[in-house]
Design a protein around this ligand. Sequence first.
Ligand SMILES: *Cc1c(COP(=O)(O)O)cnc(C)c1O
Length: 457
Amino acid sequence: MPKTLIEPFRIKSIEPIRMTTRAERERLLAEAKLNVFQLRADDVLIDWLTDSGTGAMSSRQWGAIMEGDESYAGARSFYRLQQVVQGITGMAHFVPTHQGRAAEKVLFAAVCKPGQLVPNNCHFDTTRANLEYAGVEAVDLVIAEGLQPALIHPFKGDIDLARVEALLKSDGARIPFGMLTVTNNTGGGQPVSMANIRAYSALLKRHGKPLIMDVCRFAENAMFIKMREPGYEHTPVKDIAREMFSYADGATMSAKKDGMVNIGGFIVLRSDEWLDAVRNDLIMMEGFPTYGGMAGRDLEALAVGLDEGLDEDYLRYRLRTAEYLGERLEAAGIGFVKPTGGHAVYIDARTVLPDMPVAHYPAWALCNQLYLEGGIRGVEVGSVMFGKRLPDGTETFHPMELVRLAFPRRMYTQSHFDYAAEVIAEAKQHAASVRGIRIVKQPPFLRHFTCECAWVE
Ligand SMILES: *Cc1c(COP(=O)(O)O)cnc(C)c1O
């Protein structure tokens, strides 16, 4: 058997990417105030800023687009998608939204009250923001292994059940439901085991609490279970996904991830207890319950995308992609969050720029360097994103300096990954000449998106 795992598709429609010279990129990055968020996408060669809504649709999906029923109420496209979603999730109620954060906002507005508290392995930033906006405290309880980048563990996304139990005992009255993010995006795209999902669900049930899963990457999580959890080697991924959902009482989804579409999301609920409240909020914030913020054509594309996202050849190639880049980095002596997760590789910038002080933002500096060296755009997950400038002018720093390279689905081929591995290795070779940055202008919140930077002299 040949060892090379090929892309399980061929290319029917292409989008050219523009080659730029190093001199051009020096100028473009300077114009962007050394902040890759401010670059035009046309000036990026390989755009690994995010895997959210950036993937390629299949010819089957583009065909389905023409089938879209744009009726305001009761559209055929809604019923088609509802059937697909119910088939995977086993949940009675399907509520479409325009993306994942809208699903969160609608659900939390309908169900949560100020002063409450919600446990999760790690809340994604929009989930945390929507809970906090509703006056709810978001508590992250991922297992300790999940916070150690170099440590190998098959399910670093698992939630710490002992800490959940302690919280249920001390603050149970304040907890409306438990959440679980699969895969754990904030924790490096790391999967959650079936054993952990099952035990967490049972623990919540003993305390009379429902389980709401954040299922943006449920298909990638199901494939990890197949590959890593004893007893699931021969189970079809669709059945694994169904079993994962069987332990939940509801879920929120960003279809921009494993839905394989460019926009969309939904809520599913097993019981009708919250349904009226959710639908009322939906009508106010998103739209009528049979389209909920999506066009009929988008509902059709999602119905096909959910099916394609569970294809095992696709998933094997998808997870192998991240693993492959990890192997190339390992060979070049570059550290990263291990094992590689589903949708991204997180480079440990300190292993590339070991001598750069954290006050010069090494992960941000590496991000800039990857753009300058090779036109690659990643995102800093470090002290610019999570640190703060205090009123006295001093800074708080994040414990990790990571650069996340997130892979759009079905977009880039192996040669793009080989090229990226070379660019990253070269950045390490040129470490002595890589410049740190200082922040010259920043907003009070989420500063990484818009801050203006200058080189450290
Ligand atoms: C992307 C994401 C969301 C939010 O979805 P959007 O479609 O971007 O609004 C929520 N949770 C997780 C884990 C995500 O990755």
